[in-house]
Ligand binder design. Sequence first.
Ligand code: PMP
Length: 295
Amino acid sequence: MTAEQWIYLDGQYVTKENAKVSVFDHGFLYGDGIFEGIRIYNGNIFKCKEHLDRLYDSAKSIMLDIPLSYDEMREAMAETIRRNEMRNGYIRLVVSRGYGNLGIDPLRCEKASVVIIVEELSIYPEEAYLKGLRTISVSQRRNIPDALNPKIKSLNYLNNVLVKIQSNHAGAGEAIMLNSQGYVTEGSSDNIFIVKNGVLITPPCYLGALEGITRNAIIELADKIGLPFKEQPFTLHDVYVADEVFFTGTAAEVIAAYEVDGRTIGDGVAGPITLKLLEEFRQIVDKDGYKVFAE
Ligand code: PMP
């Protein structure tokens, strides 16, 4: 990475100190906007198309006109990576409703604002992938899909932040969120899987979860290695008695839970299927996507 961090801000490349948006931006005032978190591995934007598809779908759902075409957005992302000479790291794409007045009405915002930030990333030390995380379930329920659908990756993350606050307070590494019917949905910023008797299970996203790109990649890898898979609702009981529990996300990749609400999961370390899927996952991350640098 270059000494100076370059940030894309509405068509300009500016330094971190100069990367400023207005206090009248509705992303700031109302959480009105959308975002994506993407990884770059060895110069490859992992699952670039899938992330851009989700970004443009979120935009359509909230009637937000992204001022860049799909190809322009991909090129802006690639150019930000090149300017920062960033071969491995994290990309944050943000599209806010833009500058408006103090009223909530998005019609007062003339043009959406686009920000692209690339940064180095180290979320968990390597040992954590072998041991897993101590986790808890939280009392905070997932937003109900008919109020604010968790499939929209919106800037309104207070639901998740409140979960993180509870989980921090309990000294846990990740938390499990239920929906208002008591079904398991996802973590604070990761999807969840369990393994029982050799079958991989994840909840359907309609229960209230983001359709994670890592989640989908893991489902494809399970198919590739012949691991039986089901998308099925389950409760905390099923998590407690699972042989393995793990979370998936762009930043976290694939990380086990060795404990949930005081119950030890399996042998109290990351299980063999979790580690196998992590290994398979790490083999595709620099291949499946969009290559930024001319080889
Ligand atoms: N759920 C939530 C709430 C998230 O914010 C994320 C993104 N970190 C995920 C799941 C995982 O999605 P992805 O694999 O696309 O990063």
